[in-house]
Design a protein around this ligand. Structure first.
Ligand SMILES: Nc1ncnc2c1ncn2[C@@H]1O[C@H](COP(=O)(O)OP(=O)(O)O)[C@@H](O)[C@H]1O
Ligand SMILES: N[C@@H](CCC(=O)OP(=O)(O)O)C(=O)O
Length: 285
């Protein structure tokens, strides 16, 4: 069976959705159609027998709009205030949509600090495990209220990689506003070509990945490659795929050649804490 075909066998799947996928770029308002589709596809994935964890960004993006601010703030306290407002709104929508399908869901907010602490990480792992056993889909975000610049993940790509490692996930899918990793940022270079599979994350791959160009997303492709470094070393595959059509999630699981697949190469000496302390996560760093 080829690498894509093996994705059918994945049992515990973490799906990360970025801010750029959750809101309409033209207005900054929530993309309800996208959210509804996402929740339906995730519930169906769960119905098909998979454990599902959702890592959702968007708290700041939804919050600044709700507070009537004209743009995403730069100041940390304002970002934190926006996140506190937006997180509540997002959860209200997620829980309502999941409830329509009788699918249980839960909120989990974590910080980098808690993931570095053995006891707290163990507690978090137990909570995830129990929720999954109960058939619930955990919805994870960073606890922005208590995270400052020095200690934050800051981007949910890295957060989703950490979550995948903590829950022992075998596949991480990053939903974003572009088809996958290109040889260069296609928003700036029209000649950029899509890469369908990455088996080794070397300097050449890292140099292709640039930051975000939109005002809504953070990190761009660079943080997704950092996430791939963690996840593949932890022993899970990772796929970056476009959220424009959420059937792409089903296509990935069905083994279709879509998006960019990063292949797992589990390291025996994998130690999550090492990745969190030695930022940046890039090998060349
Ligand atoms: N090599 C690359 N291939 C694809 N996209 C890239 C690349 N380098 C930078 N990008 C940018 O990364 C963006 C996606 O990241 P981001 O805006 O942070 O989304 P999200 O909110 O989903 O995390 C793309 O829209 C693109 O402009
Ligand atoms: N915790 C933040 C996540 C930061 C963020 O914007 O992440 P992303 O859109 O995934 O690049 C939030 O919910 O707004």
């Amino acid at each position: 069976m080829n690498h894509r075909g093996k994705l059918k066998e994945k049992k515990r799947i973490v799906v990360k959705v970025g801010t750029s996928s959750l809101i309409h770029k033209s207005t900054g308002n929530i993309n309800l159609f996208r959210l509804e589709k996402l929740i339906r596809v995730l519930t169906d994935l769960h119905n098909s027998g998979k454990d599902v964890v959702l890592v959702s960004s968007g708290a700041i993006g939804v919050g600044f709009k709700a507070l009537g601010l004209s743009r995403r703030p730069d100041s940390l306290p304002l970002k934190q205030a926006c996140s506190a407002v937006g997180q509540g709104q997002l959860m209200m929508i997620y829980q309502k949509l999941f409830a329509e399908y009788n699918q249980g869901s839960a909120q989990i907010l974590i910080t980098k600090e808690t993931m570095l602490n053995d006891e707290r990480r163990f507690n978090a792992k137990n909570t995830f495990e129990q929720l999954l056993k109960l058939g619930v889909i955990p919805i994870v975000n960073e606890n922005d209220t208590v995270s400052t610049e020095e200690i934050e993940f800051g981007d949910n790509d890295t957060l989703s990689a950490v979550v995948t490692s903590v829950v022992g996930g075998d596949l991480l899918i990053l939903l974003t506003d572009i088809d996958g990793l290109y040889t260069d940022d296609p928003h700036k270079n029209q000649a950029a070509k899509l890469i369908t599979e990455v088996s080794v994350i070397d300097e050449r791959i890292e140099n292709m990945a640039k930051g975000a160009v939109t005002k809504v997303g953070t990190g761009g492709m660079a943080t997704k490659i950092a996430a791939a470094n963690i996840v593949t070393d932890a022993g899970a595959d990772m796929v970056i795929v476009n959220s424009d059509d959420l059937n792409n999630l089903n296509r990935v699981i069905a083994g279709e050649e879509i998006g960019t697949l990063f292949l797992a190469h589990k390291r025996k000496d994998f130690n999550l804490k090492k990745y969190l302390v030695e930022r940046p996560y890039f090998r060349k760093g």
